[in-house]
Design a protein around this ligand. Structure first.
Ligand code: SF4
Ligand code: SF4
Length: 155
């Protein structure tokens, strides 16, 4: 009897994935392109509804992906060796889910087979952003903090 092969995101740890598997794990939600603010006293991270100006909001793709970390110093390039830092990622982020030993949601493109399923499930940044960061000042950012952010960053 033929045994179905286990999918890589259940059978491998993040550090064991190939570069192609690692890239495909990203669901394209772009929630990580929302700005975050950190409480200096508690180190707690809060998401805001202000999104990076380099994001194409129609398809949730970075318009400067190759140069993103140079153009936007606060843009974080996720690396397998940094998995322990992944607690600040959105609750639905595939990297965080795998790191926490959880399965991917049905709308993840690796399961649905369609990139659009993320936006159709209202799991993308399209359902959260209010402004682009170049439309407000740094001081204004605090006004866009999501206080009830269970759906974005909190467990
Ligand atoms: S939050 Fe995670 S899954 Fe979504 S775009 Fe960012 S890295 Fe990819
Ligand atoms: S530079 Fe690109 S990947 Fe980084 S936060 Fe901005 S839109 Fe997102």
């Amino acid at each position: 009897m033929k045994v179905a092969q286990e999918v890589f995101w259940r059978s491998k740890a993040l550090e064991e994935m190939s570069a192609q598997e690692w890239e495909s794990l990203c669901d394209g939600c772009a929630l990580c392109c929302l700005h975050k603010v950190e409480d200096e006293d508690t180190s707690e991270v809060f998401y805001t509804t202000a999104v990076c100006h380099l994001l194409d909001l129609d398809n949730c793709r970075c318009t400067e992906y190759e140069n993103r970390c140079t153009l936007v110093p606060s843009c974080v390039k996720l690396r397998p060796e940094d998995v322990a830092e992944f607690h600040w990622l959105p609750r639905t982020c595939a990297y965080r889910l795998v790191y926490e030993g959880k399965d991917l949601p049905e709308w993840h493109p690796l399961i649905s087979g369609r990139a659009e399923s993320v936006r159709e499930a209202h799991a993308s940044v399209q359902d959260w952003y209010e402004v682009r960061d170049n439309e407000i000042t740094d001081e204004d950012l605090i006004d866009y903090v999501i206080l009830d952010d269970r759906e974005v960053g909190k467990s």
